[in-house]
Write a protein of this length. Structure first.
Length: 323
């Protein structure tokens, strides 16, 4: 059996309004060597029927109906059943331009390829290009990753603006953390990057990211679990994989998540435990942490119980500390 060049995985949940546009954009690609995996994540609307209808008309479409478990579970389900050399994720309420797959069509050795996207809201469109736009392949991984990780467009933190090599995903068992419903894409990409040796950057912006006020797939109503995020990234720091500016960027992101846990998640976590974790991390890496003057004063308070009282008081008054 000839394996496809690309597996396109679409988690589908109650997306009947936009699903046809998404699937049509995939099936109309100028590069034809792909398979489309539609993972119906327990939809309550007609999404499952729409998926089956497309599969009945095009043998490149494979449909899976599973019980609802969230986008991470649906993506993992698709990954476990994909055959392509590369993997592309698409959200069911987004769509891709006709020549999207052309970006990867002639690549056979690149491990990770980033491309830009367009943010669509109402009738407006805004391009978000990858920094240093001209397409090239970089083997200076850490400098490139640091540039992408700190980019204001958050291009590192999405999975749908990248082509991943499936062999790496499967060999090293890189999968989405199903415990997370927020920033899980960032963690997935970070863990994948431990195993790559080359990164491609494209100036193209073929992905259309639809910003919706009520979007489920874009996690508008998700409950961020910053403490879990911080724990996961700190564990990656302990693997001694990163040595340069990217290491410092990860340190600062970890501290930000620990701090957000105690300032934003006060009603869903043990604040005392989170404060201890944040305090421990701050004093371990304080020379590399770039943070606000207010936070530095806060974590210079010697008595933890005083610090806890100050933070709890700030949180209860809902005062915002600038991160």
């Amino acid at each position: 059996m000839m394996l496809p060049k690309v597996s396109i995985i679409v988690p589908v949940y109650n997306a009947e309004k936009y699903l046809a546009t998404c699937v049509d954009s995939v099936l109309s690609q100028s590069f034809k060597d792909f398979e489309l995996l539609l993972v119906d994540d327990g939809s309550c609307d007609s999404s499952g029927i729409i998926c089956d209808s497309f599969a009945s008309k095009d043998n490149r479409v494979r449909v899976f109906h599973i019980s609802n478990g969230g986008p991470s579970k649906a993506r993992n389900y698709g990954l476990d059943r994909a055959f392509g050399k590369y993997v592309l994720f698409v959200d069911a309420d987004d769509w891709i331009d006709k020549r999207t797959l052309d970006i990867i069509a002639n690549e056979n050795t690149i491990d990770l390829l980033f491309f830009g996207f367009k943010q669509i809201k109402n009738n407006s469109s805004e391009k978000c290009q990858i920094p240093r736009s001209p397409q090239h392949i970089s083997t200076n991984l850490e400098n490139t990753l640091e540039m992408l990780f700190t980019d204001e467009n958050q291009c590192f933190g999405f999975t749908w603006n990248k082509f991943f090599r499936r062999e790496i995903l499967d060999t090293f068992k890189v999968r989405f953390c199903e415990e997370l419903r927020y920033r899980e894409d960032e963690i997935f990409t970070l863990q994948y990057c431990k195993y790559i040796s080359s990164i491609g950057l494209s100036e193209e912006c073929p992905y259309n990211y639809r910003l919706l006020d009520d979007s489920l797939s874009h996690h508008v109503n998700a409950n961020p679990n910053y403490l879990v995020l911080a724990n996961i990234i700190e564990a990656e720091l302990g693997n001694n994989m990163w040595k340069t500016n990217f290491f410092e960027a990860l340190i600062n992101r970890t501290f930000t998540y620990y701090f957000l846990a105690i300032s934003e998640d006060i009603h869903s976590i043990n604040v005392s435990t989170a404060l201890y974790e944040c305090d421990r991390f701050f004093h371990q890496y304080q020379k590399k942490i770039t943070t606000s003057y207010l936070k530095k004063i806060l974590f210079s308070i010697p008595a933890q119980n005083v610090r806890l009282f100050v933070i709890e008081s700030l949180c209860k008054l809902r005062l915002k500390i600038h991160y």
